[in-house]
Design a protein around this ligand. Structure first.
Ligand code: NDP
Length: 338
């Protein structure tokens, strides 16, 4: 059975990655796109060979689609997801799922009650590099994990220097944009959950309106692992990476906090150094493949709605910590609390 997708949002991420990821599925088709502007909808549909362009959510939801991919600005995800779920559509939603973890929990509950699949588009879990690290840790290759370091400070490309750095009301800022990904990738690679976070944020010259464009976070995990992460929009030459250091070895990954299946993972232990090999499948195509399987009742999306609640609760706690100057406990069932 073909999954007929409706795109909610004439966005850059859909154009650059998700349209091709959907079309890479033998059973995937893009039936319609919705933009708030009829002109933009029509232009986007034309440029991307999408048969139907609409400018209302009702128009999209009544167009015979099975699933929606939501990639509008962050403040819109919640209402759009709830409407799609109510209309009996499966939902793959961009991160952050909503502006508050309470809303994200409501989305998860609504999807569950309606029997619809809800996924969060945390692409990094789909990277062969991160899966190789998770497997190496689970196989005991670094012994007991002790600490992790995430290097995820980039330069926001000029074409994306819009709402992310100017509009708090749209869910701008580097924490909702990148810290959520780091929360999810740390949870995935470590197979562990964060329980506490302490964060410093900064405005290093790009963001306006009181938004942060840089953050450094210290995390404590349930197992006792501590982690540090650095997220930024303003560093042009930093490079990205992810390291996990254990009692018997270290995993050192370079160029892996990215949208493309690139980078390297080095395992360093008493026996010497080994470059881990891993698959180079497109991250977003894998995400879609898992999502289609979940629709068929086979497993779950690679990142579920609950995973999206975890990452948003963590980001919320980071922002709360930066504001209060205190470390903040992370509990996705209760929301974060000091
Ligand atoms: P964009 O700024 O490209 O698109 C967001 C919205 O902005 C669109 O829905 C569109 O509204 C509007 N818009 C786009 N272009 C124009 C324009 N030229 N003029 C006026 N309005 C415009 O955002 P991104 O694609 O960067 O991000 C969208 C979502 O995806 C966010 O939630 C973000 O966090 C997430 N994201 C996730 C990534 C991942 O790897 N998981 C990577 C990048 C983003 P309309 O639909 O009404 O036309």
């Amino acid at each position: 059975m073909t999954v007929r997708w409706g795109l909610i949002g004439a966005s850059t991420i859909a154009r650059q990655f998700m349209i091709s990821a959907i079309r890479a599925q033998a059973d995937g088709e893009i039936a319609a796109v919705m933009s708030s502007s009829p002109e933009r909808a029509a232009a986007y549909a034309g440029e991307n060979s999408i048969p139907l362009a609409v400018s209302t959510l009702d128009g999209l939801l009544s167009s015979g689609i099975d699933a929606v991919y939501i990639s509008t600005t962050n403040e819109l995800h919640f209402e759009q997801a709830l409407a799609a779920i109510r209309a009996g559509k499966h939902v793959l939603c961009e991160k952050p799922l909503a502006l508050t973890s309470a809303d994200a929990r409501e989305m998860v509950a609504a999807a569950k009650a309606a029997g619809m699949v809800l996924g969060t588009n945390h692409h990094l879990r789909n990277a062969g590099s991160h899966r190789a690290m998770r497997e190496a840790i689970a196989a005991g290759r670094i012994g007991k994990p002790i600490a992790a370091r995430v290097f995820h400070s980039v330069y926001l490309p000029e074409n994306l220097q819009g709402w992310r750095i100017t509009k708090p009301e749209a869910g701008g800022g580097v924490v909702l944009d990148i810290t959520v990904h780091d929360a999810d990738t740390l949870r995935f690679v470590l197979s562990d959950d964060p329980v506490e976070i302490s964060a410093f944020t900064q405005s290093a010259g790009m963001a306006a309106g009181g938004l942060e464009d840089g953050a450094m976070c210290i995390w404590r995990f349930r197992s006792g692992v501590v982690a540090q992460s650095h997220e930024g929009f303003t560093t042009k030459f930093a490079g990205t990476g992810f390291e996990v250091h254990g009692s018997e070895g270290s995993l050192i990954a370079k160029d892996v906090m990215t949208q493309r299946p690139i980078g390297s993972v080095l395992l360093r232990a008493a026996e010497g150094e080994e470059e881990l090999s891993f698959d180079r499948e497109d991250l977003y195509a894998r995400s879609l493949r898992q999502f289609h399987a979940a629709i068929r009742g086979e497993g779950q999306p690679s990142a579920t709605g609950e995973d999206g609640v975890w990452s948003l609760t963590s980001a919320e706690a980071a922002l709360q910590s930066a504001k209060s100057g205190k470390s903040v406990a992370i509990d996705p069932k209760l929301g974060s609390a000091t």
